[in-house]
Design a protein around this ligand. Structure first.
Ligand SMILES: Nc1ncnc2c1ncn2[C@@H]1O[C@H](COP(=O)(O)OP(=O)(O)O)[C@@H](O)[C@H]1O
Ligand SMILES: [Mg+2]
Length: 156
């Protein structure tokens, strides 16, 4: 059964530094070609998580990682190159024209996509889905799901 081969894990982050730490741990174990599909409302922690990812990927100035709202895609150089996309302002159909698949197609990048639900149709099946939910001003529920290969890359 396909459903049983999907790996799932949930954590509750109790503050910004914990979300940063979770992202960093994942960034440390990411491999070239990995795609992270981030979902959740505004302010739920997606960009902060990508800053953590950037730390783990040894990107020189992870503090510069912001939501690429105007340019849609930002590129950063690190242990592995990071592509950070934000589809907030796009309609689902428009995301097809971004050329995002060229990032994971090369197998060289780590790609993190905010508002990934807008690109659901063409994101690779191997993506890790990371869903953020605001529980209270400081608490965020983070639901990870994806193929079982991701299990060993996630922090305990
Ligand atoms: N546990 C938490 N995890 C992540 N962000 C948190 C947490 N608690 C409070 N915050 C705050 O929520 C905001 C998240 O912003 P951001 O990462 O830009 O969200 P998004 O990209 O989802 O819109 C930040 O201001 C951050 O300080
Ligand atoms: Mg954001």
């Amino acid at each position: 059964m396909q459903g049983s081969s999907i790996f799932k894990r949930s954590v509750v982050s109790k503050g910004p530094s914990e979300t940063l730490r979770i992202g960093r741990a994942l960034g440390r174990s990411c491999r070239a070609g990995d795609v992270l599909a981030l979902e959740g409302d505004l302010g739920s922690g997606k960009t902060l998580f990508v800053q953590g990812l950037a730390l783990g990927l040894k990107i020189a100035r992870p503090g510069e990682v912001r939501s690429p709202t105007f340019s849609l895609i930002h590129e950063y150089r690190g242990r592995l190159p990071l592509c950070h996309a934000d589809l907030y302002r796009l309609k689902s159909a428009e995301t097809l024209h971004l050329g995002l698949e060229e990032y994971w197609g090369t197998g060289r990048w780590v790609t993190a996509v905010e508002w990934a639900d807008r690109a659901q149709k063409f994101l690779p099946k191997t993506s890790l889905r990371v869903k953020f939910e605001t529980l209270s001003p400081m608490r965020r529920r983070i639901d990870f799901s994806g193929p079982p290969e991701w299990k060993k890359k996630l922090p305990k």
